[in-house]
Design a protein. Structure first.
Length: 92
């Protein structure tokens, strides 16, 4: 019982830390497995390479994913450009 209360308190502290307001800073998120079913996300990664290095520090069950909430700052080029569709010529 005491162990469960301590784990809940630690989880609450991690959930309400001040950095959580900056969750959408980078285009990549490191999803880190802490063991015992606990998972943490760090979405401040500027590139996939940095994210992968961070995830590997926590073992092979951690991974990277794209941050769906990331908005590029003004002046940055968009990450992906849609393919230009080829114009179909009509037979005359």
């Amino acid at each position: 019982m005491h162990k469960t209360v301590m784990l809940a308190a630690v989880a609450a502290l991690l959930a309400f830390k001040p950095e959580s307001a900056r969750a959408y800073d980078g285009p990549w998120c490191a999803v880190i497995s802490l063991g015992g079913g606990f998972v943490s996300e760090n979405c401040s990664m500027p590139s996939f390479e940095v994210c992968r290095a961070e995830a590997l520090r926590f073992g092979s069950t951690s991974f990277c994913r794209q941050n769906g909430y990331y908005l590029a700052r003004q002046g940055e080029a968009p990450r992906y450009r849609p393919k230009k569709s080829k114009r179909k010529h009509r037979a005359q």
